[in-house]
Design a protein around this ligand. Structure first.
Ligand code: IFM
Length: 441
């Protein structure tokens, strides 16, 4: 790595992130069915129709996983709490599920790690999906109830709570592009999900603030978007993509408005009276989580209805996901968020990492590509700090190889290799490189 801990401000946090459905093993502990289980069981949605039933069996192996996090010298652990584990039918608390997160929280704290919780990282209980999921405004209130139940149990011990992980994925990727559960390709459903998931953030904030809770915010994902060429059509297409992907949520949350370039297509399908929700959506947050992976070059596709977008591969090296590696984009988003939206509010890089086709050879995993990727992105975050952005931490995605949604177990993002036959964990060379870089002098 090109950096060491002392290059960063005092108190800067290094951590790693995970999500419940991707690692825990959903068949354990009385968890209820989720829309991801049925999405995965439907042909052609997920590679080999794999699901999160066993995943990394973190449900039983969490002490070992937390030991690895601690041994790496990390300061914090970002994890999510499964709605379907805590409320299997979407509304009735499951004592076994709550007990699990109670044990997990204590185990995180016992190791001196700061718990960074995410309330919703995508496993919607099937009972709510049956009623329209995020297209149904009622799901917002059910999410508020879930927020109450889980924060009443573990909220007192959290260092930070994010309401939603990557609302663009929850809404657009899942209801317009059809790549994630529930796999819809419908602009009306997508529009409603775009608004309801944003309102769900506001409702969760309202519930937590009513209890006097602090350190509450949201995690948004950003994709560096540039026009493919300098034709006016391409420039307009990039602006539309930027509005849908990068501006919709942050503008709603910090300014109480949705960007005009996105409303140009969504407006006819917005739920009645949506403007009345903007005050609740734009209540103050305490931090912003930034997830960043890659960039896209965008142009106009005249044969497609709005948003009429097409993208073309660039010429940069790519990861196992075929995502271009572009660390400068992280610098751009961190400085852009500080300048245009959140000012001096703490920013956390809540996810950044890469998938690679890692293999264990003689008991070790050699992944110099990942070490360079992490180093380059952490240096980009440092440049953003040097230029005035209040970046307070960096979380690698992910602690473990895990269930990569529609890609099943094929794409390996972990700093720790998981053998999905034996569930054996093997820290990769990048884990040791990060451990050396963040060691306290
Ligand atoms: O695995 C996902 C995670 O669940 C959300 N952010 C992106 C990661 C890599 O695709």
């Amino acid at each position: 790595m090109q950096f060491k801990r002392s290059d960063f401000p005092d108190g800067f946090l290094f951590g790693a992130a995970t999500a419940a459905y991707q690692i825990e093993g959903h068949k354990f502990g009385g968890a209820g069915p989720t829309h991801w289980d049925t999405f995965a069981a439907t042909p052609s949605n997920v590679i080999r129709a794999e699901d999160g039933a066993l995943a990394c069996d973190h449900y039983h192996r969490y002490p070992q996983d937390l030991d690895l996090l601690k041994d790496a010298g990390m300061d914090a652990y970002r994890f999510s709490t499964s709605w379907a584990r805590i409320m299997p039918d979407g509304k009735t608390p499951n004592a076994e599920g709550l007990d699990f997160y109670d044990r997990l929280t204590d185990a995180i704290l016992e190791r001196g790690l700061k718990p960074f919780q995410t309330l919703y990282h995508w496993e919607l209980p099937s009972a709510l999906a049956d009623q329209g999921g995020w297209t149904n405004r009622d799901t917002v209130m059910r999410f508020g109830d879930f927020t109450d139940v889980i924060t009443d149990r573990i909220g007192d011990r959290m260092a930070s709570i994010a309401t939603i992980n990557e609302p663009w994925c929850v809404a657009f990727l899942s209801h317009f592009l059809g790549h994630h559960a529930p796999g819809l390709r419908d602009i009306r459903a997508a529009t409603r999900a775009m608004h309801h998931i944003t309102l769900a953030h506001g409702e969760a904030m309202t519930r937590m603030r009513a209890k006097g809770m602090e350190n509450c915010g949201i995690v948004l994902n950003f994709d560096h978007t540039t026009p493919l060429d300098d034709r006016p059509d391409s420039i307009k297409a990039a602006a539309t993509q930027d509005a849908i992907y990068n501006r919709w949520f942050i503008e709603a949350i910090t300014k109480g408005t949705y960007p005009a370039e996105a409303l140009a297509g969504f407006a006819p399908y917005m739920p009645d009276g949506w403007q009345d929700d903007m005050a609740q959506i734009s209540q103050p947050i305490d931090f912003l989580g930034v997830n960043y992976y890659t960039r896209h070059r965008v142009t106009h596709d005249p044969d497609m209805p709005w948003p009429s977008l097409a993208d073309e591969p660039g010429d940069l090296p790519v990861t196992q996901m075929d995502w271009e590696i572009y660390p400068e984009g992280l610098y751009d988003f961190l400085t852009r968020m500080a300048r245009d939206y959140v000012g001096d509010l703490p920013l956390y890089v809540t996810e950044n990492g890469m998938a690679w086709d890692d293999t264990v050879e003689n008991g070790a995993v050699f992944d110099p590509e990942r070490t360079k990727f992490v180093s380059d992105h952490i240096m980009a975050a440092k440049r953003a700090i040097d230029d005035g952005a209040n970046v307070a931490g960096f979380f690698y995605w992910s602690l473990l190889d895990n269930y990569e949604w529609a890609f099943g177990y094929e794409k390996r993002f972990g700093m720790i290799h998981v053998d999905f036959e034996t569930l054996e964990r093997t820290p990769k060379a990048s884990y040791y490189a990060l451990q050396a870089a963040i060691a306290r002098a």
